[in-house]
Design a protein around this ligand. Structure first.
Ligand SMILES: C[S@@+](CC[C@H](N)C(=O)[O-])C[C@H]1O[C@@H](n2cnc3c(N)ncnc32)[C@H](O)[C@@H]1O
Length: 554
């Protein structure tokens, strides 16, 4: 794009021998948050239901938390009597599965089985490598593949089949007895973790270092299998970096600032879902829930008439929020919690309605306060936003006057950080499809004249912007990744550097292969343990055009 601001002094000007606009660039007004809403806004008629949903649906599944007994400062909220709702849709968008994986698809629905059931059968097996996507390892019994949870590579265990029949391609199983333990095995600190129990954590039985090793093995395997890359070729040192300091074995970090509870219809108590099940594991406390969530006391009260409770504890502010999903035809109950809290309900169309207090929380990160409304994406680990922003800025090294794209920008986290660096001579364009997140991003970055946020799907809007070149790109897509077509468009923009933030190593590895086809290679890759005790982690890959920088082959 041609900007109507002065030529930059650094950035990609040197690379392309350009000092201002580029050949073939389409005139484009300087991106401004203050301009009228871009034409694309709302053109697709997105609503909260139709826009792709974001965050916690795509990140670690399942849930957490709770204290016992009432606490001081209890708050009572009585919702309008007339409030009645139907059963909410289950959120198909939440189930975007990874497109490629070495393990069984974590989100796949159990099919109607043929053959004789094997559930409950027990086999002694030697456990092989960890597999991508479900906290399980691969084992074999009489030629058949078993995906076994609650175990570790190298162990000898008794695996009890949890899903599968005599005709299944593979079986799922839990390690119910450990005959030969791995050295990374510890006694699970959480009493609700283990075979048949809470599905939230995968690796309570593994030392923190052992968990990171497993995540590193998954990333190595996916890079090789789907990206055709060795760790060295990906610019990765092979480590998964701990966030918030290393913890001794047996200590559990209380990192989860957003917890989705499911209410047991029999008891009215909020608990956590069992693995691949709608059954509720009653809990009295979730060890990985952040203190602010635990303090609400969600597990200690009755939730008759409610199907699900989401609790949010913001970082850097005292904002607390609870989002209730009532059962069909039920009236919202009297809500009593142990701390002041905003309350919303979500209806059967997935629309949010304010019951009490604010419809958003205020998060602090990267030197700013961020408004994040219900349904909008925000990283769950309190240190994730700063960690990822630092990694992106370090990798991109934005220069004054550069142009940058923040794709899948959510409430504007990377756009804000980039805008500070490129300054008033540069510009940042954020693209996000969830309408409320776009409204939040515009609010959050309203003071920055060099930022503009547009509302649409990246793959739809990007080709329509008229932008034919940019200096920098950050993309932070949902779990399914960016995909071939979007990557093909991005490589055509001739960015000096691209930062790819990824929560699914399979989608990342696949997209890195697409980038390579388009002439970009990763020059650095970092992996962060932002979801301790689960199999999830986050990556930041920095890409450059092939032939640029050290190790280039042109
Ligand atoms: C992983 S989040 C990243 C958000 C933001 N970068 C952050 O760190 O807070 C992915 C975001 O992409 C949005 N999204 C999903 N599919 C999209 C698409 N096809 N086009 C644009 N945005 C999309 C989601 O609504 C969500 O806000």
């Amino acid at each position: 794009m041609t900007r109507n601001n002065p030529p930059r002094s650094g950035g990609s000007a040197g690379r392309s021998g350009r000092s201002g606009g580029r050949p073939g660039q389409v005139a484009h007004p300087k991106w401004s948050n203050r301009s009228a809403r871009p034409a694309a806004t709302d053109r697709e008629g997105y609503t909260a239901q139709t826009a792709p949903r974001a965050p916690r649906e795509e990140a670690p599944a399942d849930e957490r938390t709770a204290p016992q007994g009432r606490r001081p400062g209890k708050q009572t909220v009585r919702p309008p009597k007339a409030l009645r709702t139907g059963e909410p849709k289950s959120g198909a968008a939440a189930k975007r599965a990874s497109t490629a994986a070495s393990g069984p698809r974590a989100e796949s629905k159990p099919r109607v089985p043929s053959g004789d059931p094997l559930v409950g059968e027990r086999y002694e097996v030697e456990v092989g490598p960890v597999a991508h996507g479900g906290g399980h390892c691969v084992a074999r019994h009489e030629g058949r593949v078993l995906f076994v949870r609650h175990t570790l590579p190298g162990e000898r265990v008794i695996a009890q089949v949890t899903e599968g029949t005599t005709t299944s391609r593979f079986l799922r199983a839990d390690a119910v007895e450990v005959l030969e333990p791995a050295k990374e095995r510890i006694a699970a600190p959480c009493p609700f973790a283990g075979p048949g129990k809470c599905g939230g954590c995968d690796w309570q039985h593994v030392t923190p270092g052992g968990q990171r090793k497993l995540k590193g093995q998954v990333l190595t395997e996916q890079l090789a299998k789907l990206g055709g890359l060795t760790p060295a070729e990906a610019g990765w040192d092979g480590s998964v970096e701990p966030v918030g300091g290393k913890l001794p074995a047996g200590e559990v970090p209380a990192w989860r600032t957003r917890v989705q509870y499911t209410v047991d219809p029999e008891t009215g108590r909020a608990g956590l879902r069992r693995h691949r099940s709608h059954d509720v594991q009653p809990i009295d406390r979730c060890l990985i829930a952040a203190e602010g969530v635990t303090e609400l006391g969600v597990e200690a009260r009755d939730w008759d008439g409610v199907a699900a409770v989401e609790a949010v504890a913001a970082t850097g502010s005292s904002d607390r929020q609870v989002i209730l999903r009532p059962r069909p035809g039920e009236q919202l109950p009297l809500v009593e919690l142990d701390r002041p809290v905003s309350i919303s309900r979500v209806d059967e169309q997935g629309l949010f309605h304010r019951v009490h207090g604010r419809t958003f929380v205020r998060e602090r990160a990267a030197g700013r306060t961020w408004r994040v409304s219900e349904g909008g994406f925000w990283q769950i680990h309190p240190q994730a936003p700063d960690t990822l922003v630092d990694a992106v800025l370090e990798g991109l090294d934005p220069q004054w006057g550069e142009m940058a794209l923040d794709l899948y920008c959510g409430v504007g986290l990377f756009a804000g950080a980039l805008a500070d660096r490129v300054g008033e001579d540069g510009a940042v364009l954020g693209i996000e499809s969830f309408k409320q997140a776009v409204a939040d991003a515009r609010h959050n970055l309203a003071a920055l004249e060099n930022v503009r946020i547009e509302c649409d799907r990246v793959e739809t809007l990007l080709p329509r912007t008229g932008i034919t070149a940019t200096d920098l790109i950050v993309l932070d897509p949902p779990r399914s990744g960016a995909g071939r077509e979007t990557v093909a468009h991005l490589v055509g923009l001739e960015a000096r550097r691209i930062a790819y933030v990824a929560c699914d190593p399979a989608a990342l590895a696949r997209d890195l292969a697409f980038f390579r086809e388009g002439g970009y290679r990763p020059v650095s890759l970092r992996a962060f343990d932002l979801f301790p005790m689960t199999h999830h982690f986050e990556c930041v890959a920095i890409l450059e055009p092939v032939g640029e920088g050290p190790g280039g082959n042109e």
